[in-house]
Design a protein around this ligand. Structure first.
Ligand code: LLP
Length: 385
């Protein structure tokens, strides 16, 4: 296994736990995406929910990517960090009037509409404010993403998107409205998808639906296939850039764009997961009756993924070269699920060692809480330490 490169000597003056971002790796990732989409009719919207740290957002915006937002505050943050309104898509099943108005007032690119009542609300608010709202129909394609149940979004049992049976009514509503402009179709089937054939299934469904619409004389400028590209959390080098080439090649193969049509993506995790690590210190090594616990000063309040989804994150002791020992790596929070890894092989640890929990740049900082009155983790960046 390759150990990560961390400027450990610089960490000594910093209070743990904190997120550490390798900005070169972030740029390497963004370069890889840019290379795949350049010269094509593809627009990639970065999903802010994965990581909304302003430094990270500004870096992503500087590449010219768009933003995928799921709340009014995410829209405001995206604008504040340099994403143009003309590239902001707004999804979510529960957009409030206040949030819809934020979208309308700022002239965002598109509302991804997830239900008929939401469409009525957007229509009413657009009419009250004298706007025409660009909308894409988020359709639940009933395609299995073969990922964790909690992050599967494109099955009939999930709350997301319009059902196919809603579509005639949706068309009717839009045709009758002077304040809604139908520009596209939107899908998002789930997250941490490593079996790319799920995206193939999505493309087949998208083409079928596109044909259904064109039989009714409706064509779309925008096809939005959402996000979901997974990363390899188990890779021996622990921070590999996702296979963007295979991902975009698949869509090029299965979705033939019509003239003047753009294909939109909403990638979150694959942009930011590899570049972030949660850095903690060993508070205690405790001998249990059957195992040894390494208790860190980071807990599930800083990184909830292992507790919530039984997610794997590679863990390293970056202070020690001693022989390997097996530990359950746990946090200080009063929950038995506050475990980062069971039976983890680590260089022998003592109090104060730095422990790195890798590939934590996505859904780490954004999902942190203050449970147990803990402070939120800080963040540091490789180019400004
Ligand atoms: N578009 C929509 C409409 C979404 O709901 C999501 C993620 C994305 C794009 C970005 O998906 P990504 O490329 O990041 O997979 N907290 C979970 C992941 C939840 C994903 C929610 N939606 C985790 O830590 O695994």
């Amino acid at each position: 296994m390759i150990k990560g490169q961390f400027p450990v000597e610089k960490f000594h003056s910093l209070e743990t736990p904190f997120y550490y971002y390798d900005m070169d790796l972030l740029r390497q990732t963004l370069d890889a995406v840019k290379k795949e989409v350049e010269g094509k009719n593809y627009i990639v919207h970065y999903a802010l929910k994965a990581n909304a740290n302003p430094r990270i957002l500004r870096e992503i915006a500087s590449y010219g990517f768009g933003a995928d937002c799921v709340s009014g505050n995410e829209i405001l943050k995206a604008l504040d960090c340099g994403f143009p309104a003309s590239k902001i898509a707004f999804a979510g099943v529960g957009k409030t009037d206040k949030e819809i108005k934020i979208g309308l007032d700022n002239g965002i690119f598109c509302f991804n509409v997830e239900s008929l009542p939401e469409m009525e609300a957007i229509d009413r608010l657009a009419s009250e404010t004298g706007n025409v709202a660009p909308v894409a129909l988020r359709i639940n394609p009933n395609v299995d993403a073969h990922t964790h149940r909690y992050i599967t979004t494109g099955l009939e049992e999930n709350k997301f998107g319009l059902n196919e049976s809603d579509l005639p009514k949706a068309i009717d509503l839009i045709e009758k409205s002077k304040h809604l402009k139908l520009i596209g179709m939107h899908f998002h089937i789930g997250s941490q998808i490593t079996d790319l054939s799920s995206f193939e299934d999505l493309c087949v469904k998208a083409v079928e639906l596109q044909n259904w619409f064109s039989q009714r004389g409706i064509s779309f400028e925008v096809l939005n296939v959402g996000g979901g590209l997974g990363i390899n959390y188990h890779h021996p080098n622990h921070c590999p850039v996702a296979d963007f080439e295979a991902y975009f090649r698949l869509f090029a193969k299965y979705l033939k764009l019509q003239e003047n049509q753009t294909l939109h993506f909403e990638l979150g995790r694959s942009f930011v997961a590899p570049c972030g690590s949660l850095i903690a210190r060993t508070t205690y090594v405790k001998e249990g009756t059957t195992k040894k616990f390494l208790i860190t000063d980071a807990g599930m309040s800083d990184l909830i993924r292992p507790a919530l989804y039984q997610a794997f994150h590679h863990i390293e002791n970056i202070s020690s070269d001693k022989e390997y020992e097996t530990y359950d790596v746990v946090g200080p929070v009063c929950e038995s699920s506050d475990v980062f890894g069971e039976a983890v092989l680590l260089n022998q640890s003592r109090r104060g060692d730095f422990i790195a929990i890798r590939s934590a740049g996505a859904y780490g900082e954004t999902m942190a809480s203050m449970y147990n009155c803990r402070a939120l983790p800080r963040s540091y960046f490789s180019d400004s330490l």
